[in-house]
Design a protein around this ligand. Structure first.
Ligand code: ADP
Ligand code: ZN
Length: 292
């Protein structure tokens, strides 16, 4: 059986056809322009492919409340052309199949839980550190939505005494995203993150902030595994630093077998940057089941 998956991002839209084994059989990428320019190509891609359902893992904020009049809309995004766009409705009207819908980060988490390094876990986090910072949460076997959906990138942080950077978040300045996203690294140090690979000060500070956020998530959400993805996490030297500093920041208060095996607790994404689209395929599989 075939399923469609869409990872809707601020710069590009990745469309795939996959199956229930997580195999991606076909894919196409479209630049994220306006809905008018970008939707028809995607609809054409999915039409005539005999897919049973489509799953969309979408940049946000988005409306996930099925009782709401604007369920399935992208809501107050900084991508102005997509504000209040009914992305689920548009695909539903053109394709006439069930549509699964969730955040991009919940999609990535679902991909990792279904086919990747978090297989079998009931409580897990996926954090992306890229242009922005966001996180998907599974709690008790369910993707967490709540009132809106978690916004793990916007927690308040203790700024390092050695850091005089004002922060990049237009709402909070020095929240986690404001201090540690790719653009924050670039603005603070005056160079692209990828070109700072050799500068230890950058990764000491970056790992200090990431560890601070992770230790907060650990005490609040009690995940069994934390997966870190996104462009900045391609700097693999961050992992040992983050693991060490997370344990330091927890101060020995939490003692579990998971934390004792920290190398398998704070881990990189395992699906070659396909976790989002694979999660989208799983969203489609779940939507098809729900509509049987
Ligand atoms: P997006 O968040 O837009 O989906 P990415 O996850 O690739 O995309 O994040 C892009 C950000 O990550 C940019 O700020 C970029 O500077 C940074 N980035 C991308 N690749 C690397 C790398 N290899 N090392 C460090 N930073 C990177
Ligand atoms: Zn913020």
């Amino acid at each position: 059986m075939l399923f469609g998956g869409l990872e809707a991002g601020g710069t590009k839209m990745i469309c795939v056809v996959g199956n229930e084994n997580g195999e991606i059989l076909e894919r196409a990428t479209f630049p994220t322009l306006s809905p008018k320019e970008t939707m028809p190509g995607m609809i054409d891609f999915f039409k005539g492919k005999d897919i049973k359902a489509l799953g969309i893992a979408c940049f946000g904020p988005i409306d996930l409340n099925k009782e709401s009049k604007t369920y399935g809309y992208i809501t107050s995004t900084p991508k102005e052309l997509w504000i209040n766009f009914d992305i689920v409705g548009e695909f539903k009207r053109s394709l006439g199949i069930p549509i699964g819908f969730d955040t991009d980060v919940n999609g990535s988490l679902l991909g990792e839980i279904t086919w990747g390094c978090a297989k079998g876990k009931t409580d897990a986090l996926y954090i992306t550190i890229g242009t922005g910072i966001g996180g998907g949460v599974m709690s008790n076997g369910k993707l967490l939505h709540g009132m809106l959906h978690p916004e793990l990138g916007h927690i308040k942080m203790a700024v390092s005494k050695e850091d005089s950077y004002k922060g990049k978040c237009p709402y909070h300045g020095t929240c986690f995203e404001g201090l540690a996203s790719g653009p924050a690294i670039e603005e603070r140090w005056g160079k692209k993150a990828v070109d700072l690979a050799e500068d230890d000060r950058v990764w000491e500070l970056e790992s200090y902030y990431i560890a601070q956020a992770l230790s907060a998530y650990i005490v609040v959400l009690s995940p069994q595994i934390i997966i870190l993805g996104g462009g900045v996490m391609h700097q693999k030297q961050l992992f040992p630093l983050i693991r060490k500093k997370t344990l330091e920041q927890l101060g020995g208060y939490i003692n579990t077998k998971e934390l004792e095996d920290i190398d398998n607790y704070i881990v990189p994404a395992s699906l070659n940057d396909d976790q989002g689209i694979m999660g989208a395929v799983k969203l489609a599989m779940d939507a098809a089941k729900e509509n049987q």
